[in-house]
Design a protein around this ligand. Structure first.
Ligand SMILES: [Zn+2]
Ligand SMILES: [Zn+2]
Length: 449
């Protein structure tokens, strides 16, 4: 199966030509123009055909002379421009089969002349089509009314299998169950809205994209060998390098228009880092980034090191807000025993955060008390740091830890403050050395160190 992505953009494309936002400007400056989403399989089956699609094929170095069938997801103009049937008729009248929900077929019928070799077939979710050796399954989409939009599952004669999944909102339990054990080779999954909340449930953003990937992984629709590509991308997404970084955490990727997937997939498969340290100043977006990195996991153990602060209303409000942001399937564990958590196999772990862990470790060692033997405290801590670093090195779990960058502020006034700053710097350095990836958050932007 040869898959050429003719377009990877949303209806308005990305950049939107009328828009001056930073995301559109970045795309324009780098020359990354994304046209309306569609894909060509083996030069024979076209998935969606918006007004830009036929020209996009030429730009990708392929043509549509061998086209035998068009599978259309729905009748929105970025997925169907039936005037192409007229332009095609000026060149050839070889047989062509068009499949789509009722509105698609109604729109096409006005462009097909009497005695034409073009056949039009209405499809419904659940239907199977045998397309000269290609097994096609029609799946439901969450986009507008029922029977108005569908997704396609295409298996080629060589056994390779593709899911074309645009446009849709979050898929429901039954939709996902229908993909059980599919082990797709390619999943083209829409991700229209980036970090923007989706008002109507007709599309996905980065959060619901991650959840969909996770749900598909849980039923064996996506496995290690699946090339998961985000499509139908719009300008609410961050610029491509940042988008690529974000998708990598979910085992997915972004490619330019015109990419032939089959030829480059072996080198391109993104492997998410297993251990990540996220550092930054207060309110820099660290916790948010840490949570986003694990968004494609259903079960995560959230290790809270803050302890209880009874009577502190401001604290409780912050904790409640953070908790609300996390999926219900995540488990919160209050503990300082990081070694114990990391030494056991299990789901991914998010430690938030090492700064509070150190604060409480110092509490337990009585470091803040008058006349405390601070040299002894430091020796004890150094041993504890070694044990934690060792646990980071040997753990079998996927791990994200959050910490603070306190060394670049003003020089602390008190000796205790200076000691704390120095110890945290030491701890961060030791942990960073054990991590596959270290991210630095500044003003909500992420720098890979
Ligand atoms: Zn669309
Ligand atoms: Zn824009």
């Amino acid at each position: 199966m040869d898959v050429t992505l003719l377009g990877t953009g949303s209806a308005d494309g990305w950049p939107n030509p009328f828009c001056g936002c930073a995301s559109c400007r970045a795309a324009r400056v780098s020359g990354e123009i994304r046209a309306q989403t569609s894909a060509l399989v083996d030069g024979r089956i076209l998935l969606d055909c918006g007004s830009e699609t036929p020209r996009q094929a030429l730009r990708a170095g392929v043509d549509l002379t061998g086209l035998g069938a068009v599978l259309v997801t729905h009748a929105h103009p970025d997925h169907l421009d039936p005037s192409m049937l007229l332009y095609r008729s000026w060149a050839t009248d070889t047989p062509l089969e068009i499949f789509g929900p009722r509105p698609v077929i109604d729109a096409c019928s006005q462009w097909v002349g009497n005695g034409s070799n073009v056949t039009l077939t209405v499809v419904k979710p659940g239907q199977r089509i045998d397309l000269r050796g290609y097994a096609v399954r029609v799946l439901p989409a969450r986009h507008g009314g029922t029977d108005e939009a569908v997704l396609y599952d295409v298996q080629a004669p060589d056994g390779k299998r593709l899911l074309y999944a645009t446009d849709t909102g979050p898929l429901q339990g039954d939709d996902i169950a229908a993909m059980s054990g599919a082990h797709y080779d390619y999943v083209l999954l829409e991700e229209t809205f980036g970090d923007q909340a989706v008002r109507r449930g007709d599309h996905l953003n980065l959060t619901t994209f991650a959840q969909t990937v996770q749900a598909m992984r849980a039923v064996g629709a996506i496995d290690r060998g699946t090339d998961v590509v985000a499509v139908h991308l719009g300008h609410h997404n961050p610029p491509t390098p940042e988008l690529a970084r974000r998708l990598k955490a979910f085992g997915a990727r972004v490619v330019p228009d015109g990419t032939a997937l089959s030829r480059q997939r072996a080198v391109a498969q993104p492997v998410p880092p297993r251990r990540t340290l996220v550092t930054g100043g207060a309110r820099s977006g660290k916790s948010h980034e840490a949570e986003r990195l694990l968004a494609a996991h259903r079960n995560v153990v959230y290790v809270a090191t803050s302890g209880q602060h009874p009577g502190d209303a401001d604290w409780e409000r912050r904790v409640a807000r953070h908790r609300q942001r996390r999926p219900e399937t995540w488990e919160t564990r209050e503990t300082l025993d990081l070694v114990r958590v990391l030494s056991k196999p299990g789901p991914p772990v998010l430690i938030d955060c090492l700064t509070l862990w150190l604060t409480r470790a110092l509490d337990l060692l009585g470091a803040w008390e008058d006349g405390a033997d601070l040299d002894r405290v430091e020796r004890d801590l150094e041993e504890e740091f070694q044990r934690v670093a060792e646990a980071f090195r040997t753990t079998s779990r996927t791990l994200v830890a959050v910490t603070n960058e306190v060394g670049s502020g003003i020089h602390p006034e008190t000796p205790a403050g200076r000691r704390f700053r120095d110890l945290l710097g030491r701890l961060n350095t030791m942990i960073a050395a054990e991590c596959d990836q270290v991210l630095w958050c500044v003003a909500g932007r992420i720098v890979t160190l």
